[in-house]
Design a protein around this ligand. Sequence first.
Ligand SMILES: NC(=O)c1ccc[n+]([C@@H]2O[C@H](COP(=O)([O-])OP(=O)(O)OC[C@H]3O[C@@H](n4cnc5c(N)ncnc54)[C@H](O)[C@@H]3O)[C@@H](O)[C@H]2O)c1
Ligand SMILES: CC(C)[C@H](C(=O)O)[C@@H](O)C(=O)O
Ligand SMILES: [Mg+2]
Length: 369
Amino acid sequence: MTSYNLLILPGDGIGPEVAGEVEKLVAWFSNRGTVRFEVEKDLVGGAAYDASGLPITDETMQRALSADAVLFGAVGGPKWDGVAYDVRPEAGLLRLRKDLGLFANLRPAICYPALAEASALKREYVDGLNLVIVRELTGGVYFGEPKEVVTLENGEKRAVDTQIYTTHEIERIARVAFELARRRQGRVASAEKRNVMKTGVLWHQVVSEVHKDYPDVALEHILADNCGMQLVRNPKQFDVIVTDNLFGDLLSDVAAMLTGSLGMLPSASLGAEDLVTGKRRALYEPVHGSAPDIAGQGLANPLAMIGSFAMALRYSFGLVQEADLVEKAVANVLAAGVRTKDIAAPGAPTVGTAEVGDAVIRELDALTQ
Ligand SMILES: NC(=O)c1ccc[n+]([C@@H]2O[C@H](COP(=O)([O-])OP(=O)(O)OC[C@H]3O[C@@H](n4cnc5c(N)ncnc54)[C@H](O)[C@@H]3O)[C@@H](O)[C@H]2O)c1
Ligand SMILES: CC(C)[C@H](C(=O)O)[C@@H](O)C(=O)O
Ligand SMILES: [Mg+2]
């Protein structure tokens, strides 16, 4: 029986709460006896900082490098507000992304039929919505140097972040977007700000050049601010949106609200395919953060995390039927009216994080009987 090495990094705030629900699914699949997961758990973010003074240790990085896939909860929170910039909880996540080479971040925004009323938009605008944001994840202003705060002669301070993109970085993320679009509705919207930024000019040129290899895919260039507006005006016009690290961060939080809640958006962060083994490094995480406002109360929606596990089944383990099964179970649970507070209509009954995980497990049982 195939065995997969899974590293779970629950993190902070609601991270451990939603990761706990995925552990139930991991156990469910292991108990079925068709696939085996060797699970390791470790600290990341504020939890790691409290234990070691670092948001991720070299030992944890080694575990992540040798895992078949990493499942990541969320990091950060007000407890670590005063922590030095280089060792803040979020730096642990950024190191994982950079050192694992996870340049391609897929953030699908799917509006489940049962959740159309929970969307920020009216049903007609989101019914059947299925778009994916392909966010470049290891370049741009997140990592560009210099990145510093300097004190000027007059005592004033100057903070600098630097947006850098190379042809290679743009080309490889564009290929991911075009390849994905080929398997979907065949449309890519490339979002940048070439009207203001040199990186935007290069982005536009390189994406246009790569497009020549994909004549079967329709390409639209769109300014990123307009893209945000269009997402809210008429999201169903989009199939695949490819964009840089920062714009992708912002646009995916916007897209989340079209699906009902930030608690619904999963993601896969993928590296390049190894030419010899065909394997790629990968980390799966919900798009949301540690949600300090609801942490520790059992209120968090675990479906973004569960959806991220489904993406791991699909992309890292090739367990496509199992991934479909999890997604079907989630759809059925929602159709049955099971709702955490974030996706419930005002006044409607709600359940907690664990009840949603349990309902998904019951549905998996029912679907496989
Ligand atoms: N991947 C990550 O680890 C990640 C992502 C985003 C933010 N963060 C960090 O999280 C901390 C809090 O950031 P924030 O408050 O701006 O963003 P957040 O995503 O944590 O929360 C934003 C809002 O969405 C709600 N929300 C988020 N996830 C939810 C869920 N699963 N179920 C129900 N409601 C949910 C929260 O309650 C909150 O009202 C910060 O330290 C930030 O840096 C981490
Ligand atoms: C926590 C933070 C570093 C992260 C980001 O900005 O990429 C988060 O907002 C996300 O969307 O994954
Ligand atoms: Mg974000």
